[in-house]
Design a protein around this ligand. Structure first.
Ligand SMILES: Nc1ncnc2c1ncn2[C@@H]1O[C@H](COP(=O)(O)OP(=O)(O)OP(=O)(O)O)[C@@H](O)[C@H]1O
Length: 576
């Protein structure tokens, strides 16, 4: 409720307008039966047709005002509701942008997607109800009850007698629907997860002819979701017939005893008709309001899931030190760095690593798969923070840098080249928003991408599909390299970024890079010895430990692990 209230209070003027429309509508709705009773008892019964006409005109005017106010209520409510859900989604998106990888992994990407889409939608449905009927119904109920008591105190007991049953039912449904809603939303997370995996991994599924297996996996989560939904809908479905059953009993009793009172001249027929109308309004508003209550647990679960995202304190916090960017040039130091992934603290992935990389130098990392190479370079832009030790850039701990300043210094090219839907130019501008066409063409030239882009009909304006699926792996890697080159950072981090290139392109690209990066610090993670053999310093990793440091030549002599890797890839002459 705190979440919803926070967003509603941001739109105070709309809220007041909503309340005015609701209040006006109630007065009109309840005014009509009162006018009708007057028309029947004082006009029709006494054959005073002027009075009937007069009341009739007032009734028409009342209806017209009622329609305008009801329309106003619908328009204001819809505007207010869409605005508050828009704000909620924007805040969640802002919050998600600040999350560290640790939190992404904890919540799960699919769950985050469900929260920002379906959970926000559930809250929107609930708020829509509150704004449309949540305001009208309590006012309507209180006014109707007042009119009921005023019209016939003795018949009021039948209405009051029905209320405890209604109240009990609402509480029962509210209690049961909370856990069911929670289950339903987490089942929806699972559906999204399987769906996401299936859609992104379609080629693997087809290659392994695993469509049936995946269908079964999806069928299971889909059935779980429909089971939890079925239980919830059943619960809601029972509520309405039960209410109408109760409502009809009350009406029958009121008509029965009302006729007796008319017979005894204790009640007039117009008043009985108005009384029935008031009962309808009173009980119907009560029932509508109870629907709001019944929907509340579900919306509360969704709002709680949204609040959970908004409340997360990112583990990676912005540094506050003011750093003169002009005075920095990219000296990178690792001092006794240790790192363990959160939750797996017993087994560090990086163990006590120290090295220095200076501008103009290329430092390469090689080692078996899982030896910690990618983890190590991800510590530099602070995707994770070191568990022990420190990483310094130009003498300052990376944790002291404002994240923006730190990350702007680094051109990071991830292991899996990721492009965004848009055009080639838009993707390059991701590296530098004000990049000129000449800068883009130069970056593409260095990244050896000119040739394949010149073959594209639209050149820089060639569209890139979702995830870059209309480009080959090697083309994507070259575009990702160009995207980093364009910002001319102080430190380049190539995380196995040449793996999809053929040997010739790999060699030409590195030659061009060498010329381009004379003032920058270059870190290269690679599996291929040929990619890194000309590096100024090669660091060999094994199970998170440095087992060798030196040039290619030095390591062939001094590091057996490096020799084994090199001898499995190079010819005898190359090794000699
Ligand atoms: N997000 C993560 N959470 C927990 N453990 C992880 C995570 N990412 C990697 N690891 C573990 O950390 C270790 C090092 O992984 P890393 O990706 O750094 O290795 P790598 O040397 O780059 O491997 P490769 O050459 O295959 O890319 C592995 O044992 C891996 O299982």
């Amino acid at each position: 409720m705190k979440t919803m209230w926070h967003y509603v209070m941001k739109q105070k003027s709309m809220l007041v307008l909503n309340l005015v429309c609701a209040f006006g509508f109630v007065i009109i709705e309840l005014g009509l039966p009162t006018l009708l009773a007057k028309m029947l008892d004082q006009g029709v019964a006494k054959n005073d047709f002027d009075y009937v006409k007069q009341i009739g005109l007032i009734m028409i005017a009342t209806i017209l005002v009622g329609i305008v106010l009801y329309l106003g209520l619908a328009v204001v409510g819809a505007r207010l509701n869409t605005r508050l859900v828009r704000d909620m989604r924007t805040d969640m998106m802002d919050s998600i942008q600040d999350l560290s990888h640790q939190e992404y992994e904890k919540l799960g990407i699919s769950s985050l997607i469900t929260r920002i889409t379906n959970d926000a939608y559930q809250v929107m449905l609930f708020m829509g109800m509150i704004l449309r009927i949540g305001f009208i119904t309590p006012i309507m109920f209180i006014f109707s009850l007042f009119m009921i008591v005023r019209t016939s105190p003795s018949l009021t007991y039948f209405v009051l007698g029905a209320l405890p049953f209604l109240l009990g039912g609402i509480i029962l449904i509210g209690k049961k629907s909370g856990p069911l809603s929670s289950k339903q939303q987490s089942n929806l997370d699972n559906i999204n997860m399987i769906l996401r995996e299936n859609l992104t991994g379609l080629r693997v599924i087809r290659a392994f002819v695993n469509e049936k297996f995946e269908e079964k996996r999806f069928d299971k989560v889909n059935t779980d979701y429909s089971e939890s939904s079925k239980k919830l809908f059943k619960l809601m479905a029972v509520a309405q017939p039960a209410f109408f059953f109760l409502f009809n009993i009350v009406i029958v009793l009121v008509i029965w005893f009302g006729i007796v009172q008319i017979d005894n001249s204790q009640l007039e027929i117009g008043n009985l008709i108005a009384f029935i109308e008031y009962i309808f309004h009173a009980l119907f508003s009560f029932m509508l309001f109870s629907t709001v209550f019944m929907m509340y647990p579900r919306a509360a679960v969704s709002a709680g899931r949204i609040q959970e995202v908004l409340d997360i304190e990112p583990a990676i916090k912005d540094g506050t030190m003011e750093i003169d960017e002009a005075a920095t040039n990219g000296v990178l130091e690792f001092n006794n760095v240790c790192f363990a992934y959160p939750g797996e603290s017993e087994s560090p992935v990086i163990r006590d690593i120290s090295f220095t990389a200076n501008p103009g130098e290329t430092v390469a990392f090689i080692g078996s798969t899982g030896s910690g190479k990618s983890t190590l370079v991800q510590l530099i832009p602070r995707f994770y923070d070191v568990t022990r030790g420190e990483i310094k850039i130009d003498g300052f701990d990376v944790r002291d840098y404002p994240l923006k300043t730190l990350r702007e210094k680094i051109g990071y090219i991830p292991q899996k080249a990721l492009l965004f839907s848009g055009t080639i130019a838009e993707n390059l501008k991701y590296g530098k928003s004000d990049a000129t066409e000449a800068e883009m063409l130069e970056a593409l030239d260095i990244a050896q991408a000119t040739e394949f882009i010149s073959q594209k009909e639209l050149g820089l304006e060639e569209p890139i599909s979702e995830g870059g699926s209309n480009f080959s792996g090697g083309q994507k890697q070259r575009l990702a390299i160009a995207r980093a080159l364009i910002r001319k950072p102080a430190i380049y981090v190539f995380d196995d970024s040449f793996s999809a290139l053929d040997y010739k392109t790999d060699a030409t690209l590195r030659k061009r890079l060498k010329k381009e990066t004379t003032q920058s610090t270059v870190l290269i993670v690679a599996q291929r010895v040929s990619t890194i053999m000309h590096a100024d310093k090669i660091i060999v990793l094994n199970e998170g430990n440095v087992v060798g440091t030196g040039t290619h030549r030095e390591l062939l002599q001094s590091c057996s692990i490096y020799y084994d890797i090199a001898s499995s890839q190079l010819t005898e002459e190359e090794l000699a």
